[in-house]
Design a protein around this ligand. Structure first.
Ligand code: URA
Length: 199
């Protein structure tokens, strides 16, 4: 698995599939436990992530860390990745074509990690992941489907897909923190206990 992950990291470093590699400082591949049952998928790196190469290390990262901690998890217990690995200039939204070209890497990460629960942070990852698992007819805006558990069949067995608001919403709207905290609290039941599987 480490070999597969290292090979994938190299591919992402060398990637020129879309134009984003031209302006980014570092691709942000993902980090955490490559054996995790729970995987978080964000949107795309911002300025801090671009500088450090680490996912969610700015203000949204602080919010994510707090949400994880309050649900009994640490970053090291889960895997955190993004739908798009390179920062879109000026933090614009990733384009459909960029998502399409880049998501092969997310697909490979999912195949390697084999998470039982995929937590989508925000509309972009929710839409990509739900389409990937043929949940198209269930897709709605994140305000409608956050916190709902969708059951899907992956190449390695049954999984759950759960959409969440993107942690960045809290930066603009503090009221969303309670909503996120409530949605995150449901993850407690999916945390591995003593190395055993709960999912
Ligand atoms: N927002 C994201 O979606 N991903 C990051 O890594 C940082 C901010």
């Amino acid at each position: 698995m480490n070999n597969q992950m290292n090979k994938l990291k190299q591919e992402i470093f060398n990637c020129k599939r879309c134009e984003l590699f031209k302006e980014r400082l570092n691709p942000v591949i993902g980090e955490g436990d490559s054996n995790a049952d729970i995987m978080f998928v964000g949107e795309a790196p911002g300025a801090n992530e671009d500088k450090t190469g680490k996912p969610f290390c700015g203000r949204s990262g602080d919010i994510l860390d707090e949400l994880l901690m309050n649900s009994g998890m640490k970053r090291q217990d889960v895997y955190i990745a993004n739908t798009v690995k390179c920062r879109p200039p000026k933090n614009r939204n990733p384009k459909e074509e960029e998502i399409k070209l880049c998501a092969v890497f997310l697909d490979s990460q999912i195949d390697i990690i084999k998470p039982k629960v995929i937590c989508c942070l925000g509309n972009f990852s929710t839409s990509y992941v739900m389409k990937k698992y043929k949940l198209n007819d269930k897709i709605q805006g994140i305000s409608k489907i956050h916190g709902q558990v969708f059951f899907a069949e992956s190449s390695y067995g049954k999984i759950k897909v759960i959409p969440f608001y993107h942690p960045a919403v809290v930066v603009y709207n503090m009221n969303k923190k309670k909503v996120l905290a409530k949605d995150f609290s449901m993850l407690k039941k999916y945390i591995k206990v003593n190395g055993g599987k709960k999912c």
